[in-house]
Write a protein that binds this ligand. Sequence first.
Ligand code: ZN
Length: 480
Amino acid sequence: MKYFKSLKCTKCGLEYSPSTVAGYCNKCRSPLTVVYDYSKLREVVSKELFEKRTDGIWKYVELLPCSKENAVTLGEGDTALIKCSKLSRKLGAKNLYVKDETKNPTGSFLDRGSSVLITRLLEAGFKGVYGVFKGNLGASLSAYSAKAGLKCIAFISGKIEASKLYQMIAYGATIYSLNKFKELVLGDDYFFADNADPFLVEGEKTIGFELFENMGFQLPDFIIVPMGSGGLISAIWKSLKELYYVGLIDQIDCKLIGVQAEYCSPIVDMFYSNKEGKDYRDTIAIDLAFEKPSRGAEAVKALKESRGCAFKVSDEEMLSASIELARNEGIFAEPAAASTIACVKKMLDTGILDPSDTVVCIITGSGLKDPLAALKELEKNMALEKFIKHKVKVKPRLGVGSTKILILRILSKESLHGYEIWRKLEEAGRSTSIPAVYQHLKELERMKLISRDKTEVVGGKVRTYYRITSKGLEFLKALS
Ligand SMILES: [Zn+2]
């Protein structure tokens, strides 16, 4: 707190006094960042000072925007840096490490940020925090609000993993559906938080400080970071720059690599072509799916300044990486977190990573957050094969529900587009919504029971036709 100089706009540079509690600039609506008095800090901090302390993220209190006496803590941080020997051999990267953030109190790296943000809100006299939460952030803020005696109000859409919603309910958050967001009027003593919040970033940056310490006060050649809002990669880049500003390193010799889901990859697209792509779709990594990432520009800057680059990985690659990490190293990561392991393969394939380089993957969240993802792997590989190979007559289950079977029956007669399929379902007395039909089609496609046939443009809109595959026909036959 002593060295907290100002909050500064990341775009227009406008500065705000340290007593301001805000996430965005009043003038240009860009995210703010915390600035410290680095020349004073140079005289105060040292490797020895941090080394002898043991209190998680709060050991770096000189570089945090609140006082330690007020800290709302659940024991976040101080997570293990684990050398992955088995996975290293399998992938061909000799020095592969993971920073295991699944061990934080609510199972994600966001606990570091929540600890700082909730402490700051408590210091400033706020009564509560609210936001539109995807999952991990809602779960984490609910827990820290409970500890601090603040209210947490979560607005959620239908796209949320059940386990993250259970966490919010258990920690006593008030849950509203997203359409209530504009209707509900909250007082000034309620703070709006999102993944790009500068106080969250301050907590999250301790990952970089810890990593530096874990590696014997050295930096790895590469750090691989999942990117959603761009908050975490901006935080890690800030930590490396601060290590330099306070004189703990002479140069930043560490490249940052950002990963996004291929279905929703605005930061990767901005990095390579200076503009966001279009038609982003749902991905299994819900916590990574930000179509308009608030810290996107900052994330691109971090990648460029560190001389790193960015990759996209598919849902299937994330799922298999999650299973591979669990089965080889005993670490169960959610697909969004396992995206970093999937990225190692791509880096080796493209020659960006030399087998002798030291690389650290940030495993941002626990697999227990999204256990159904692992089930999908089981469903995909075993249940369907069993249905088809042995033609076992079992009642449809494990995600191949009766609506999907009806869709398969409809498509077994002709190739159709989504709207026509919806109409045929209605005719057959199966009332459902059009988005639900597309969700079914997506899942059937993932199971390889249907595939895309042709597209046509009608009135400026693209129509995609779907057809049943031979695997789909065999599946129907096995059921009959
Ligand atoms: Zn501004």
